[in-house]
Design a protein around this ligand. Sequence first.
Ligand SMILES: [Zn+2]
Ligand SMILES: [Zn+2]
Length: 300
Amino acid sequence: MLPYTTVEAAEAALGRSLSAAETLWLNYSANKSDYFLYCHNILFLFIIFSVFPFYYLFLEYFFQKYVGPYKIQPKVTLSFSDTLRCYKSVMRMFFLVVGPLQLVSFPSIKLIGVRTSLPLPSFWEIVAQLGVYFIVEDYTNYWIHRFLHCQWGYEKIHKVHHEYTAPIGFAAPYAHWAEILILGIPSFLGPAMVPGHMITFWLWIALRQIEAIETHSGYDFPWTPTKYIPFYGGPDYHDYHHYVGGQSQSNFASVFTYCDYLYGTDKGYRYQKKVLQQLREGVKSNGTMHEVSAESQKVD
Ligand SMILES: [Zn+2]
Ligand SMILES: [Zn+2]
């Protein structure tokens, strides 16, 4: 809750005029508790888990002709009832684990110093902090994910997330409850190291989930803006990890590709890319029209 409730009081405290965004924030948050503002994440996550995967489903059902060529595993199509079952399962976990986790984790957010006060952070401050959060999450997630692929971790916990060998957007948060709790740690570490404003924290939670939905979408669209992010893994990268499944020792990273490159866990994926490229070049030079599907040459 802010220590002032009017624009005049806020401007007197800051010693300058408020920006339009700051006035908006003041009007919205002045009378709301920090706990209530933090709990907005529950609503944001509910909307993101529901709307963003639906976007891919919508394209698949109504624009099949246009998006079909970008489907990573074209021979696998989940029925509507299976998709619905996935969404129901995610929602059950949402109400039993994700939501309650948000409700009880507020003290840790207070402890690390996520603030709701004015002034608001600048655009570049938000971008820089989000960059740190993504890098820290990616690195920590890499090692936890790699651990979850040991026999015990996989059989007891991670197997659930790998039920979908051809993932869909709805399956991004589909996981064992223990995995949801464990992977909350990498998400928390970045803000703990570089605490920012509540708005930055909201953006972080939202963008991380939107990114996860994209990487599980099963479609590798050339027009996605994430193509411009250096070292970004994307849907094709993570889809390979799901395709290979439990035996996978490739593509553990959640966001970027450099960890797998540095630690030598992208060899299967690189080899598959090379073989596919050679096949395509062979098809071109022979002038034949063989279908070279991505899934026909998966190796690990
Ligand atoms: Zn995995
Ligand atoms: Zn996955």
